[in-house]
Structure formats: C-alpha cells, structure tokens
Design a protein. Structure first.
Length: 162
C-alpha cells in the first residue's frame, strides 16, 4: 500500500504546518521531505484549496533565488512568452525526458552491480596473489570511476528535482 501524502496546511500568515508531525515547516524542509521520497499535499487551512503545485513552484523559485540556476534565463523568457500555447508539449517533454534520465540512471546502477559481481567472481577463481592484487587495484580504480559517474548522475538528478 502506498504511503499517504504528508498533509501540509498553509495559513493566512503563509506559515506552513505539517499536520503529521504537529510542527511548522519551511519550504526547504518540505523540499527535504520530497528528496527523501515522501509525497506531500499542501492545502489552504481555511478553504482546503489544493496549493501543492504553487508550493512546489515556490520551492523551485527559491532555488533560483539562491543561485542554484536550475532554469536558464532564456528558457524562462520563452516559457513566459509562449505560456499556455506550449504548456502541454512542455509538460510531456519534461516528463519523458526526466523518465528517460531515471531509466538510464537505473540501468547504470544495474550494470555496475553486474560488472562488480563478474569481477568478484573472476577474482575468486584466480590463484596467484599478485594477479589478485593487480586485479583488485584495477577493479578499485574502475569502481571509483563508475562511482564518480554515478555521483554525477545523482547530482544532476537532485538538481533536476530542486
């Protein structure tokens, strides 16, 4: 069963209240919950209007304000200029592009696991100690390089979410 979204209530004074933890939260704390894989739902405390989209947009804009440069300036101009006329195409493009990025990241993780298992299997059958040390050093270098690539992909993923 999927976990229920965390209910965040926004009050007239713009304070955000996490009803699951009975505490006020900031936009950055909400972003942290999302990075942890949690789903949130933001509603107006008085009218119960769903404010989730506008809150997520605020989180993204806060990132821009803090110089995270998620969206290029020229892109923002185009988005405002063409607005609703490209909305459907833009949403589909972003969604499919992000899905492809996640799929490639998952494939890279899978290939790294398989490669590591093969290398470990080869080392187990080698009888000479020097050969094992050379392969271990080579394996370590290759794993370090793959880790760097995965960290880069992970960094890009997190930048895309912020």
């Amino acid at each position: 069963m999927a976990e229920e979204p965390i209910l965040i209530k926004r009050y007239e004074n713009r304070k955000l209240y996490d009803s699951s933890r009975s505490t006020y939260v900031t936009l950055e704390e909400i972003a942290g919950l999302i990075r942890e894989g949690r789903e949130i739902r933001v509603v107006d405390a008085k009218t119960n209007e769903d404010l989730t989209k506008s809150t997520l947009a605020l989180i993204i804009l806060e990132g821009e304000r803090h110089k995270k440069n998620l969206l290029p300036l020229s892109f923002m101009y185009q988005l405002i200029k063409y607005g609703e006329s490209i909305q459907g195409v833009f949403q589909q493009y972003l969604s499919s592009g992000f899905d492809a990025f996640l799929a490639s990241q998952n494939e890279a993780h899978k290939q790294l696991r398989e490669w590591t298992e093969r290398r470990i299997g080869k080392e187990a059958t080698t009888s000479e100690a020097m050969v094992e040390r050379d392969e271990e050093a080579s394996l370590k270098d290759e794993v370090d390089k793959l880790k760097q690539k995965l960290e880069e992909l992970d960094r890009r993923l997190h930048e895309g979410k912020n």
